[in-house]
Every structure is written in C-alpha cells, then in structure tokens.
Design a protein around this ligand. Structure first.
Ligand SMILES: Nc1ncnc2c1ncn2[C@@H]1O[C@H](COP(=O)(O)OP(=O)(O)OP(=O)(O)O)[C@@H](O)[C@H]1O
Ligand SMILES: [Mg+2]
Length: 399
C-alpha cells in the first residue's frame, strides 16, 4: 500500500502547541488590574514577612491559572535576588477530584527529602498527614505558597482553610511561613465555608472579569503570530473568533480553541490561510464537542431518554407527554441492550433533571376542570446533532 502520509508537506501551523491547553504564555495580556492586585498581595513574601492568603474568583477561561503561574514564576525569580526574602517554595495543586487527604499527602511528599519513602497511601489519616506536613515545613523552613486550583471541588476545603493559615499561631510550625492561594470559578465558594473559617482566613480577594471582544483580539493576535506561518490567517478571522467567544461569556480558552480548530479546518481544505468561514465551521465543531461532553456526563438512562425525545422531535411529535416519551425510551434502551426503567415516575424525574440542565424545554398543561395538570417536553437542541452524538457513543461502547 502506498504511504498515506506521503503528500503531507505544507502546514499552516508554525507552532501548533501555542494553541494547546497546557501552553503557558510568556506574556499575560489585558490583565493589568488583576496583576497589580496580585503583585500587591504577594509583596510581603519579598520582605521575609508572612504571606497574605489570597482567593481568586472568576468564571472559566479568564486567565486565573495562567496569571497565577506567571506571578509565581516571577515571584520565585525576584525573591532569589533579595536578601530580605526567605527561600521561596511554591506548591501548585489542582483539587479537582481529590480528597483532602490526597492533597495534604501530596504536599508532604513534595517536601520530603529525596531519599525518604513517600507518606503511606493507607493506614494513616488526614490528621497524621497534617502533622507530617507541619514537621516537613519546619524542616525545610523558608516561605511556602500553596496554590490550590479549583479549590471549590475539594470536598473538605473547610478543614484545610482552617488548619493551614493558623498553623503558625497554633504552634504547629515555628520556622516556616505559609500562604494559601485558592482559585475558584464559583463565586459562592466563600459563603459555603463555615463561619470560623471565614473569620480567620482574612484573605485578599481578586476577581477576574470576562474579557471583551477587543481584549480577546489582542490575546488571539499574539497567539496567532506564533502559531501560524506568515500570512497564515486573516485578521478578520481573529476578530470573528474573538467576537464569538466574547458573546459567549468572554472565555479566552474558548477563543483559543476556535482559532486552533479553525486552523485545522483550513488545513484540511488545503487552504493557505485561515478565513472567517473556517472560524464559523470551527464554532459548530467546538459547540458540538461541548455538547458531546455534556451528554457523556449523563447517566446511561438519562441518555436514552434524551435520545428518545430527540427522535420524537425529529418526527415532529413534540412537545410530548411523559407516557409517549416512555414508549420511545423503552425502544431505545432495549435496542442498546439495557433493561428499561419501569416506572413512569423515574422517567419523569429524569425529564425534569434534563430540563433543569438545559437539554429539554418543558411546557405546563392544564386540562381544565378535572383534567389535572401535566408536563410536556420538547428538545431544546438540534435533534440531528443529539442523535448523531448518541450513535457515536453507542458505537464506541460496542467496540
Ligand atoms: N490574559 C491572557 N493572556 C494570554 N493568555 C491567556 C490570558 N488569559 C487566558 N489565557 C489563556 O486562555 C486559556 C484559559 O486560561 P486559564 O486556564 O488561565 O483560565 P482559568 O481562569 O484558570 O479557567 P478555569 O476556571 O476553567 O480553570 C489558557 O490557555 C491561557 O493561557
Ligand atoms: Mg484554571
């Protein structure tokens, strides 16, 4: 067989990694106010004083993680040049899907001398891990900044936020200084903390606001220059990606995704340049990708019910009553080799959940006197796309 890759020479991308999720930009653009607040909050570190605790808030893709990484790198460099500053250690942890024990254990392992065996996974508890953490912090001395990204996902953030900031005043540590930096995209995170934590944390809050289209243009242009070959993109394509992302909560991650996928679309059609039309196509693809993830997050039976409503929708049989949906759902579930849920109530529960999550529209019906009240549902999405995604998921399961 001939080499299927033989005719692949040209590429629009000079450095595609620049558009990947884990690329850390050298320069942070359009975040001067946040950087200024951050700079101020971190300044104690440079003078050998105890660091302030800091909480960053802001929706997804607004640069919280990127700005934090940038500030930490700069702070470590700067602290190394100052005599007054203690030795600085930064510990970055993402809390998503972690227990408090794993987080504290991870910190302990970070601090242990290289020859020591890691803190045991089993047999000891969180209190033991804290005790070891304090011992190791004091052994190392210096200043430790503990960055807890996505802290709102940590199941027992309360304990951590109570323990660590008070470790020094409680006499658990003597030589080391510890500062916490929490990052959350849930603004109500603070409200959920217990009153004693709220009272003792005394943190500086920095909030990140959504980017507007002009700010996103600046960020995208800077990336595009590095990512694409000379003349590899239209300026209007950048503006289009920025405008789309600005309209949809001002998320820089999304803007960069549009640019990357737009580049892929252009490359596939062997174009020399990314155009507006490529970004438009990228938008459909990115949207489909996001919907696919949301559907995949649903339980098996919720997915069957969603698929049933999509089929009814494409047959013009919606809004439909729960009983009708149940009939179609049973057919779908059986075809997928599952035992259907049997009660109408369980179908109705799933329908209200799917409505709450924005997949379905719900209509309240009143049959007049004696007829009672009931709900009808319709799909709040493109039925063809839902059916296609479900087909994809099922075909993977069959593999
Ligand atoms: N001001 C900026 N300058 C350059 N790149 C940026 C800027 N803001 C965000 N980015 C880029 O956008 C993407 C998303 O940013 P980041 O991961 O920091 O968002 P976040 O606020 O941490 O979001 P989440 O809450 O979802 O974790 C990253 O690729 C980041 O490099
Ligand atoms: Mg982040």
């Amino acid at each position: 067989m001939s080499d299927p890759f033989a005719d692949l020479h040209e590429t629009l991308f000079a450095d595609k990694d620049v558009l990947s999720e884990d690329y850390q930009p050298e320069s942070i653009l359009e975040r001067d106010d946040e950087i200024e607040e951050y700079r101020h909050a971190l300044s104690d570190v440079l003078f050998g004083r105890s660091p302030e605790n800091i909480m960053l808030y802001g929706k997804a893709g607004l640069g919280k993680t990127a700005v934090t990484k940038y500030m930490m790198d700069a702070l470590v460099d700067n602290a190394a040049t100052r005599e007054e500053a203690d030795e600085l250690h930064v510990h970055e942890r993402n809390c998503n899907g972690k227990t408090l024990f794993t987080i504290v254990r991870g910190l302990v392992n970070d601090l242990l001398p290289p020859e020591a065996s890691p803190f045991p996974k089993r047999g000891l508890g969180t209190a033991d891990a804290f005790e070891e953490l304090y011992a190791q912090l004091d052994r190392r001395g210096g200043t430790h900044l503990i960055v807890l990204d996505e802290i709102d996902h940590l199941e027992d953030a309360d304990t951590l936020l109570y323990e660590l900031p008070r470790a020094r005043s409680n006499g658990h540590i003597e030589t080391a200084h510890v500062g916490l930096i929490g990052i959350s995209n849930n603004y109500t995170f603070r409200e959920q903390l217990s009153p004693k934590v709220k009272d003792t944390l005394m943190e500086t809050e920095i909030s990140f606001s959504p980017y507007n289209a002009v700010e996103l243009q600046t960020i995208l242009e800077n990336r595009a220059e590095k990512a694409f070959v000379d003349g590899g993109y239209d300026k209007s394509a950048i503006n289009k990606a920025a405008a789309f992302a600005a309209r949809d909560v001002g998320n820089a991650r999304q803007a960069i995704d549009l640019l990357r996928v737009g580049g892929e679309v252009a490359e596939k059609r062997r174009a020399e340049c990314v155009t507006d039309a490529d970004i438009e196509e990228a938008r459909t693809k990115v949207k489909r990708g996001r919907l696919e993830n949301r559907i995949r997050d649903q339980t098996e039976h919720a997915q069957y019910i969603l698929q049933a409503v999509a089929i009814l929708e494409s047959d013009d049989k919606t809004p439909a009553r729960s009983k009708q949906i149940q009939g179609m759902y049973e057919a779908v579930a059986t075809r997928c080799g599952a035992d259907p849920l049997t009660t109408l109530k369980s179908i109705q529960d799933h329908l209200s959940e799917l409505h709450m999550l924005g997949f379905l529209q719900r209509f309240e019906r009143n049959e007049g006197r004696g007829g009672g009240q009931y709900h009808e549902h319709a799909l709040d999405l493109d039925p063809e796309v839902v059916i296609e995604i479900r087909k994809q998921i099922e075909s993977e399961r069959g593999e």
